[in-house]
Design a protein around this ligand. Structure first.
Ligand SMILES: Cc1cc2nc3c(=O)[nH]c(=O)nc-3n(C[C@H](O)[C@H](O)[C@H](O)COP(=O)(O)OP(=O)(O)OC[C@H]3O[C@@H](n4cnc5c(N)ncnc54)[C@H](O)[C@@H]3O)c2cc1C
Length: 274
């Protein structure tokens, strides 16, 4: 079976690798010259640098397992990191419990409520119910209005701009859960990881594995249209050429794809194959 994967970000490349392992012939189409999508890198010649900050947390179990699977386990490095909070033109370290308790911008009561929010949030497993509550309502309820305004709101604004008002509590819950897992409780220190050479190391390895399995990657190729064939499969239109595939998987942002027939086709296929 001949499969097209549109998008050469992490999702597209991992899918292409997995499908190639299962014996499918895959062609990845990536519109940029460079692979990686949101996790791509700057190439400065003598060294490369991840374009956006990315970290690996101890709880990223699937990712860590996968890195071992593709032979990059020995390239993983873990480091203790520190956390600071910039408020009222001053940077405060809050890297451990003692510093957190001293954190001057919040009253003792505010700190207790903040600590309660973090501990309570980290213990929640049923995140589905949080989808119905806005992040603002949830945080005000748990931390109180003052702590929300002093601590949470600036963080939400910095990360999401005014759009934070449209976001559900699941957003902050997933952060709390993820970051809690990065803490080594014995040392009360945060552990964050990276792959030596950044995500470029991962993309280079995936590219090699995809080619070795008989599939290929076309960079600098933007897919313009996906057209279902009247009898079988789909057509991909790029520039002035059209290519036929049995299946197509689209991994770019959803809003670029507004043909419901294709979406259904793709979803069904992903469910059956993976
Ligand atoms: C600042 C920042 C920090 C982040 N930090 C973390 C982190 O620490 N940990 C973490 O797990 N995640 C992090 N993320 C999220 C992570 O980067 C993304 O979830 C992940 O890279 C998404 O991969 P993807 O393949 O699904 O999508 P994308 O990376 O968006 O890939 C989609 C690809 O499709 C291509 N494309 C689009 N349209 C077409 C077309 N018509 N034809 C062909 N190709 C097309 C695009 O060029 C792109 O390469 C961060 C993101 C950002 C922005």
């Amino acid at each position: 079976m001949n499969i097209a994967v549109i998008g050469g970000g992490l999702m597209g490349l991992v899918l292409a690798h997995r499908l190639s392992q299962k014996g499918y012939v895959v062609t990845v189409f990536e519109r940029n010259q460079q692979l990686g999508g949101l996790a791509t890198y700057h190439d400065y010649g003598s060294f490369v640098w991840d374009r956006f900050y990315h970290v690996i947390l101890p709880s990223d179990k699937h990712l860590i397992k996968y890195l071992h699977e593709i032979g990059l386990g020995d390239q993983l490095r873990w480091r203790s990191t520190s956390t600071g909070y910039y408020v009222d033109r001053k940077l405060y370290s809050i890297s451990n419990t003692l510093e957190f308790l001293r954190f001057p911008p919040l009253s003792l009561w505010g700190k207790l409520r903040l600590a309660f929010t973090l501990i309570y949030g980290s213990r929640i497993d049923n995140w589905q119910r949080l989808e119905k509550i806005s992040v603002e309502d949830w945080l005000v309820k748990l931390s109180g209005k003052k702590t929300y305004q002093k601590f949470w709101q600036p963080l939400l604004l910095a990360k999401l701009g005014e759009s934070y008002q449209k976001v559900s509590a699941v957003f902050i819950w997933s952060y709390i859960k993820r970051l809690f897992s990065a803490r080594d409780s014995s040392l009360n220190k945060e552990q964050l990881g990276y792959v030596v050479g950044g995500y470029k190391t991962v993309f280079d390895r995936l590219e090699k594995l995809i080619y070795a399995a008989g599939s290929c990657i076309c960079t600098g190729v933007a897919v313009k249209k996906i057209i279902p064939d009247s009898i079988n499969g789909l057509w991909i239109e790029r520039g002035n050429t059209k290519e036929h595939f049995d299946k197509v998987i689209f991994t770019a942002p959803n809003d670029t794809l507004n043909n419901n027939t294709v979406i259904r086709h793709v979803e069904q296929f992903v469910q059956t194959v993976l």
